[in-house]
Design a protein around this ligand. Structure first.
Ligand code: CTP
Length: 433
């Protein structure tokens, strides 16, 4: 059995000082209201694994909303509460959040549907959770601060590195757990227990996942693709037969595996190069996953995943554009013809980073890869030295011609034909005459 002070020591090691203080303060508020307060779920799991988890989930044995409001009043926080669910979020002035729940028992009306809620004990609250490793609680009240509560053998499973459901109907109650099992297994480097894996196979065979709403399926897929090493998760989804629930035409072929490996290589190259540049890494993996699908199948996949119509059309359009633009360049290179820097620039300009990285990964041509990488590293940020004002002074009238002249100057700059402002001025004069 883990001792209270060992848990406290783990907190001091894994968490910032301020978080530890907040945990004590939460317990003190519980003491004042005579309510038992616990940290629960993923936060405790990660703490025992020596990792910080910024999502602090707290469960109160009693009225969680009253608890949250009392805490907030004495700590300068705001509260957002949901009476219907007995839950509240405490929001600190700097945006830090704590989720508060009241112990409760959820009844599931039908697989895939939202749960209805009724109040119950901590043990019942933990019993309704997905996997044993998420059922740990730590008491926060001052007299028992740090006491680890383990009703379902969670500590043993954490040590054995096992993902295990609490009961046989877990995946029937909530089919998203099939994806969660894979995500935790891959992220934590655990193994899904044999019986739990058999239950997943049964759920797959009995088509429970068909009932899963598109939004929830998308959210689970995106979370797997957002993990540090998504390929392992994709392979696991494939081996458990889950890809067909996204689209019947999805299959993990050796070619797709190759493209995914290329994506891994390309995104890590890009991340090293542009630490600060925001882009959706998961979307590059998603595009790769759908590589073999026709445009129509791709649209069906987006519909299945309840992607909004606007975004669905945009994704499909970008996919098409990527092929249409990069294809001719690839063929030209294959014929051994020269592709000038300006051609690379004007071909790739306007394509989002996600599509460019996907094209880079999927192209079998090292020349295409080189062109796209050149675009990112050198061409992308190139601008003429002449500004609009300079052009006006040279007698170019504002209008469509303006853009054309600037593009000619830019092309010359990209191809190394001009280097100074004087060169550019001479070029414009030449053009105008
Ligand atoms: N939970 C569940 N079934 C689900 C989703 C969540 O039982 N389909 C439970 C889990 O036990 C989890 C808790 O609700 O511990 C909180 O959910 P979430 O924040 O998604 O999980 P974390 O464990 O915190 O995972 P992560 O580290 O990815 O945030």
């Amino acid at each position: 059995q883990v001792k209270n002070r060992e848990v406290e020591a783990l907190m001091r090691k894994a968490l910032p000082k301020r978080s530890v203080q907040i945990l004590h303060d939460l317990g003190n508020t519980g003491d004042i209201l005579d309510l038992a307060v616990y940290a629960v779920g993923g936060f405790v799991r990660d703490l025992l694994l020596g990792q910080e988890n910024a999502d602090v989930d707290v469960t109160v044995d009693g009225d969680g909303i009253l608890f949250a409001e009392t805490f907030a009043a004495s700590h300068g926080c705001r509260v957002k509460s949901h009476e219907k669910f007995g839950t509240a979020v405490i929001v600190f002035p700097d945006g830090f959040k704590i989720d508060v729940a009241s112990t409760r028992l959820e009844y599931y009306v039908s697989p895939g549907a939202l749960p209805t809620v009724e109040r119950s004990s901590l043990k019942m609250d933990l019993y309704r959770r997905d996997f044993t490793v998420n059922t740990l609680a730590i008491s926060l009240n001052a007299p028992s601060f740090g006491k680890l509560i383990d009703y379902f053998g969670a500590y043993r499973d954490l040590q054995a590195k096992v993902i295990r459901v609490l009961h046989n109907l877990s995946f029937v109650e909530d089919p998203t757990r099939v994806f969660r099992a894979i995500r935790f297994e891959q992220r934590l480097g655990f193994k899904i227990a044999k019986h739990t894996e058999d239950l997943i196979k049964t759920a797959v065979k009995m088509d429970f996942l068909v009932k899963l709403g598109g939004r929830r399926l998308l959210s689970e897929l995106v979370q797997i693709l957002k993990e540090k090493e998504p390929i392992n998760g994709i392979c696991r989804m494939a081996s458990l037969g889950l890809l067909r629930f996204i689209h019947p035409g999805l299959e993990l072929t050796p070619e797709l595996q190759g493209t995914l490996e290329e994506v891994r290589y390309v995104v890590s190259w890009f991340d090293l190069l542009y630490l600060e540049r925001p882009y959706e890494r998961w979307a590059v993996y998603f595009l790769a996953l759908c590589e073999r699908l026709t445009q129509e199948q791709f649209l069906d996949t987006c519909t299945r995943l309840a992607v909004s119509e606007h975004y669905r059309e945009r994704l499909a359009e970008m996919r098409r554009q990527g092929d249409e633009l990069v294809g001719p360049m690839e063929r030209k290179l294959a014929r051994g013809e020269q592709v000038e820097n300006s051609e690379i620039y004007f071909t790739l300009r306007g394509l989002p980073v996600e599509i460019l990285l996907y094209q880079m990964a999927k192209s079998g041509s090292s020349e295409v890869k080189r062109c796209i990488s050149l675009y990112f590293t050198k061409l992308h940020g190139t601008r003429p030295l002449l500004k609009g004002e300079d052009l006006k002074q040279l007698g170019v009238k504002p209008g469509p011609l303006f853009r054309e002249v600037l593009d000619v100057v830019l092309s010359a700059r990209l191809n190394g034909k001009v280097s100074s402002k004087e060169d550019e001025t001479a070029l414009v004069r030449n053009l105008l005459s």
